[in-house]
Design a protein around this ligand. Structure first.
Ligand code: BG6
Length: 489
């Protein structure tokens, strides 16, 4: 195979003419991720004017000022901005004038561009205005256009099972589940999607993917970054809500689910939910929470969590969590799934390590007392995406001295640059493919699993920034004779 550059055209499908409405259109998420991804996607389609963009927020600014804001965001993301397109396709409406005025504006833009009534509403808004936004849209009737209507929702999907379920009820008051696109941007990372291909197009893996062959599975979502300017959100969330309930459990469900009947959104999501239902809620004894203290990362001194701006000096919020999940089904009974996620860890890496069982008889250690290691299949999601399989081989020479070697596949060597997660997700919203979006029942099951790990008033264990987490996390695995594998990037 030859290395190439990913071209969105190669994967493109037709996009219907529609209006793409961004609530929170002046906010951080819109500027840093959404608008640049939207721009890349539309540019790859020669800026077909059949997609019009309407930014909505509380600021009372005119179209031109919004276009300048969008222009700045795109330039910051490294784009040469096409001003003609900005003028033709980007609009703004302030919510200060209410939802009726918004509805009128939507109608105007649709008529002028001949869009036919297809609408996507992207709710990039903070949780405290979420309900008013959904109700506002519902009450003025813009959710019943002449064409399709889709609503895109960002996490957090509630803060526990009860609030997650209330949010679902609120959405279902105005939208059918087929219209709701709950984003978990991890699902759009190429390697996460490739998990399905890897497992179900390669019987060599799938036939070993059982409790007969697999000893344990580790899922690591490590970040070297801290909380940035998000103290207000993060201090009330913590690692379990921020990463484990969504990104880590999504990876877990794709790794462990049964083969779907077909590779369609509903069949795949049915299997994910079935797996989550077979997974017991985490036991408190299977949970370790940590909080970073001052340390050094990449040659720089960083402050401890409690000294971050906006964090209470006696905060008990966990910036690290490690836990063990047990799946009660035929495939996985007895195989522990170890999940860990944390901020200010040694490096940024997201990886699944599938640890296979050791040979039933230790032939070689009897001969030479050599050390054996289990086969490990690593699925790396970031920073570089790819797979590696480690295996034992004999070092040339006398006796049986074994050495671990790795067979490795790196995505970028073969395919060059990979699509951005947000671009993939936006394209799916526009084409109506829900495979990479989280269904209502998945959200609620995920909350059920992590609920015992929420809102504890126990103090988290300290770990220095730049380490791999608190000592308790090592003890958690040591109980069963296991240890965390340091990801090899
Ligand atoms: C977000 C979390 O969902 O994912 C952040 O809220 C986290 O705290 C981020 O930093 C990680 O995403 P990525 O794609 O950089 O791994």
């Amino acid at each position: 195979m030859t290395a190439g550059r990913y071209t969105p055209e190669a994967l493109s499908v037709e996009i219907d003419p529609h209006l793409f409405v961004v609530f929170g259109g002046t906010g951080d998420l819109a500027r840093s991720k959404l608008l640049p991804a939207l721009y890349r996607l539309l540019r790859s389609r020669d800026f077909s004017d059949t997609v019009q963009v309407l930014g909505v927020a509380s600021r009372d600014i005119a179209d031109d000022e919004y276009r300048r804001l969008v222009r700045d965001a795109l330039s910051e993301a490294g784009h040469d901005v096409d001003d003609d397109w900005l003028g033709r396709a980007v609009h703004y409406q302030s919510l200060r004038h209410g939802f009726e005025a918004l509805a009128a504006r939507i109608g105007q833009i649709e008529d002028a561009a001949g869009l036919g009534g297809n609408r996507a509403f992207y709710l990039a808004v903070p949780p405290d205005v979420f309900e008013d936004t959904v109700e506002g849209l519902g009450k003025v009737g813009v959710v019943d256009g002449a064409g399709w209507t889709r609503v895109v929702v960002e996490k957090p999907f509630g803060v526990d099972r009860a609030t997650g379920s209330r949010l679902n009820q609120l959405l279902h008051r105005w939208f059918a589940e087929e219209q709701i696109y709950r984003i978990d941007h991890y699902l759009a990372k190429e390697t996460v999607r490739n998990l399905l291909a890897l497992r179900f197009a390669n019987p060599i893996f799938e036939s070993s993917w059982t409790r007969d062959r697999i000893d344990s599975v580790q899922i690591t979502v490590a970040e070297d970054g801290g909380i940035g300017t998000r103290a207000r959100y993060y201090d009330s969330a913590g690692a379990v809500r921020d990463i484990i309930q969504n990104h880590a459990l999504q990876i877990f469900s794709l790794v462990a689910m049964e083969p779907p009947v077909q590779a369609t959104a509903e069949h795949i999501r049915d299997e994910k939910v079935k797996l989550l239902k077979a997974t017991a809620a985490v036991r408190r004894s299977d949970l370790v929470r940590g909080q970073y203290t001052a340390g050094r990362i990449g040659g720089e001194d960083v402050v401890g969590y409690r000294d971050e701006t906006g964090v209470a000096p006696d905060s008990l919020t966990e910036t690290y969590a490690a836990l063990v999940l047990h799946v009660d089904n035929w495939r996985w009974k007895g195989v522990p799934f170890y999940l860990r996620a944390g901020k200010r860890l040694a490096t940024r890496v997201t990886q699944v390590s599938v640890v296979f069982k050791e040979p039933p008889v230790s032939l070689f250690s009897v001969v030479d007392e050599c050390e054996m290691h289990p086969n490990v299949f690593e699925i790396r999601l970031q920073p570089s995406e790819g797979f590696a399989l480690s295996f034992e081989m004999k070092v040339p020479g006398e006796g049986y001295v074994l050495q671990t070697q790795r067979l490795r596949f790196d995505y970028d060597e073969v395919f060059g640059e990979l699509p951005d997660a947000y671009e993939t997700l936006l394209a799916d919203v526009m084409t109506g493919d829900q495979t990479l979006f989280v269904r209502a029942d998945e959200v609620e099951e995920a909350w059920r699993i992590v609920e015992p790990a929420l809102d504890t008033d126990e103090a988290p264990e300290a770990y220095p920034a730049g380490s791999w987490g608190p000592p308790g996390a090592d003890d958690l695995l040591a109980r069963r004779g296991d240890r965390w594998l340091t990801p090899v990037i």
